[in-house]
Design a protein around this ligand. Structure first.
Ligand code: ADP
Ligand code: MG
Length: 149
């Protein structure tokens, strides 16, 4: 699925995604610096009932927020897969919270085999969102369908 969205439409889209997430859902975000990954995470958080000021966790790797369920906001900008392996993220990745992961490309080998993937591309003042599912998990396919409506 592809969508070309301004900031306001992105907020609506992100919130709707946040409202429809299931426990243990994993969202891998891809996109250059300034593409809008953190902004989009903020909107997902809003949809989960999280009012906290979501900032890029670039220096923390992981920020945790309390919403309708826990939100684990990862940023692997400065991390290599080997390092991440030692840090033991599996409890988060495969727990019952929701994981949203910036710079997923840096730990591709460690990502859950079933996940939602969202690629964000700058298109002048707009952003193009490319959403897809990896794996066969019916819950992700249902979520993708929900986002079409
Ligand atoms: P990233 O986390 O990918 O580095 P940010 O979320 O910090 O990027 O966003 C960078 C800038 O892009 C911010 O100023 C933000 O307001 C803007 N932006 C994000 N999403 C959109 C959008 N859909 N339309 C227009 N501008 C956007
Ligand atoms: Mg960011």
């Amino acid at each position: 699925m592809r969508k070309l969205l301004n900031l306001e439409e992105t907020e609506r889209f992100g919130k709707r995604l946040g409202e429809n997430l299931f426990p243990g859902c994993f969202i891998a975000l891809y996109g250059d610096l300034g593409a809008g990954k953190t902004t989009f995470t903020k909107f997902i958080a809003k949809g989960m009932g999280i009012c906290a000021n979501i900032k890029s966790p670039t220096f923390a790797i992981l920020n945790i927020y309390d919403g309708s369920r826990p939100l684990y906001h990862f940023d692997f900008y400065r991390l290599e897969a080997e390092e991440a392996d030692d840090l033991g993220f599996d409890d988060y990745f495969f727990g019952s919270g929701v994981s949203v992961c910036e710079w997923s490309e840096n730990i591709v080998e460690l990502l859950p085999k079933e996940r939602l993937e969202i690629r964000i591309f700058k298109r002048d003042v707009l952003r193009e969102f490319e959403v897809s599912v990896v794996g066969e998990d019916a819950r992700y396919l249902r979520l993708l369908k929900e986002l079409y409506l």
